[in-house]
Ligand binder design. Structure first.
Ligand code: TLP
Length: 339
């Protein structure tokens, strides 16, 4: 199978398995797991933040951030197709007791004027705006890079109103590699940032959230409350360290493969590439093929290719290091034959 469902399907490399085997561990709830401490320090340094916390998943990291920044009854401004709103089972409302206020973005980027307009006034009827969430790259916008300038403008507005900004940077390294901008530069316009180590970077498990020392102290407590205080977790922090320090530059190959795939599929008259491919995601509209997304995925499966449903007529291909350039050619070739 050529697995283009997600970059989450990547399996740990040999170096990661070796790191897991050799990891120095201790009880992380006591702060004694050296592999976790090393990972957290390195991540904080790379992101330009005071401190960082290793969490089990991107979803857990995002939700801990919301829980840490907000209190029940507040409102969170978020782009209407952001993962934290669209794909996290309404966790913001279920756990943090907040109400989302969505804004439609352009290629995932919210217009700063609209963000400003959505901030609630001091009024007895209104919820307080407790947080603004950004996502870079933006998954449902097809791996779009949110421009640094857009982040800066929103952050400036947020600071003027004393509102924190959280960045879902599940794929921030993709944005960084594709734009040549260090992750630190994106992270400077946030109060907290979540990065996934288990997507294109290939760690078996884990994400990082980073922010000020105070933020991380409180986030650590939220993680414990949620049952996320793990013990000899260096076993997974050590491969995550390899992901963070050795796997970033190779994301460029995923981006090249995504562009190659988009160019190839674009030549097939009944397929429409919906997004401008900047990173590792290709969204394809199959409406003119006579198939819908679900039946098209079955056709693909029959050809040994996996992708995911992204709407009634849209499917998503996500390149990742388990897929070679040659396999991308195979996908294009097979679809040329079938359509
Ligand atoms: N996204 C997954 C699915 O949930 C859709 C994928 O295959 O792309 N933020 C963003 C922007 C994400 O894309 C994801 C995962 C997460 C957060 C959640 O990360 P995990 O899966 O580690 O909880």
């Amino acid at each position: 199978m050529i697995d283009l469902r997600s970059d989450t399907v990547t399996k740990p490399t040999e170096a990661m398995r070796k790191a897991a085997y050799e990891a120095e561990v201790g009880d992380d709830v006591y702060g004694e797991d050296l592999s976790v401490n090393q990972l957290e320090e390195k991540a904080a340094e790379i992101l330009g933040k005071e401190a960082a916390l290793f969490v089990t998943s991107g979803t857990q990291g995002n939700q801990i951030a919301v829980l840490t920044h907000c209190r029940p009854g507040q409102e969170v401004i978020v782009e209407q197709e952001a993962h934290i709103f669209y794909y996290e089972g309404a966790a913001m409302s279920a756990f943090a007791g907040i109400q989302p206020r969505t804004i439609k973005g352009t290629r995932g980027a919210m217009n700063p004027e609209e963000v400003l307009g959505a901030i609630r006034p001091d009024d007895i009827h209104a919820p307080e705006t407790g947080l603004i969430c950004l996502e870079n790259t933006h998954n449902r916008a097809g791996g779009a890079i949110i421009p640094l300038e857009n982040m800066k403008e929103i952050y400036t507005i947020a600071k003027d109103h004393h509102i924190p900004v959280h960045l879902d940077g599940a794929r921030l390294f993709n944005a960084s590699v594709a734009s040549g901008t260090p992750v630190k530069e994106f992270a400077q316009f946030t109060d907290s940032v979540q990065i996934c180590l288990s997507k294109g970077l290939g760690a078996p498990v884990g994400s990082i959230i980073a922010g000020t020392k105070d933020f991380i102290k409180s986030a650590r407590k939220w993680r414990k409350r949620l049952g996320g205080g793990l013990r000899q977790v260096g076993i997974i922090a050590a491969p995550a360290y390899v992901a963070l320090t050795e796997m970033v530059d190779r994301l460029e190959e995923d981006h090249q493969n995504a562009k190659k795939l988009a160019e190839g599929l674009q030549q097939i008259p009944t397929l429409k590439v919906e997004n401008q491919v900047e990173t590792n995601i290709v969204l394809v509209n199959v409406g003119d093929t006579g198939y819908n997304a679900a039946t098209f995925l079955e056709l693909l499966r029959g050809e040994g290719i996996l992708a995911v449903d992204f709407g009634p007529e849209t499917i998503r291909f996500t390149t990742n290091y388990g897929v070679t350039k040659e396999q991308i050619d195979t996908v294009i070739h097979k679809l040329q034959q079938r359509l």
